[in-house]
Design a protein around this ligand. Structure first.
Ligand code: CA2
Length: 143
């Protein structure tokens, strides 16, 4: 089965800026660790976009290509009705993930417009949030 990891705006900067918040690991490092963690349990595909509409398109198309989506919508988590509507409309389970604990940060990050439409939310575990996201996807599909 394929698990599609979708990454939102600015996550391409991981490891290059603000290491005090987001660490020194790059998105490519996280992708490699997720592939290793998956082993032969799942095919893993990573995408990143800074564009809201591109993320919406990928969520719309996901049902044709993947068994589950693991989504770090980054800043759009807190603002995007369009991404929320795409999650509501898709038949594929979507798992929301974040590197940081959004509930322990600025108040505007406490609200996720996406969480209620997702199978669940994982946040605060850094790179490990991606590995836990994969495990959650496998557990949804295999139980
Ligand atoms: O903790 C997360 O994974 C977030 O989704 C990251 C978003 C933030 O807006 C969310 O509230 C929580 C920010 C991603 C931007 O990442 C950067 C990495 C390095 C330098 C600048 C931004």
């Amino acid at each position: 089965m394929k698990v599609l990891f979708l990454n939102g705006p600015n996550l391409n900067l991981l490891g290059q800026r603000q290491p005090e918040i987001y660490g020194t690991t790059t998105l490519a490092d996280i992708e490699a660790a997720t592939r290793t963690h998956a082993g032969d349990r799942a095919e893993v595909e990573f995408r990143q976009s800074n564009l809201e509409g591109e993320l919406v398109n990928w969520i719309q198309e996901a049902a044709e290509e993947a068994a589950a989506v693991v989504l770090n919508a980054a800043g759009y988590t807190h603002t995007s009705v369009a991404i929320r509507d795409a999650i509501t409309a898709t038949t594929v389970p979507v798992i929301e993930i974040h590197l940081s604990n959004i509930h322990a940060r600025e108040e505007f990050r406490h609200e996720s417009l996406l969480a209620s439409e997702c199978a669940g939310q994982i946040c605060g575990f850094g790179k490990q949030s991606y590995l836990l996201g994969l495990d959650a996807a496998l557990s949804i599909k295999n139980t």
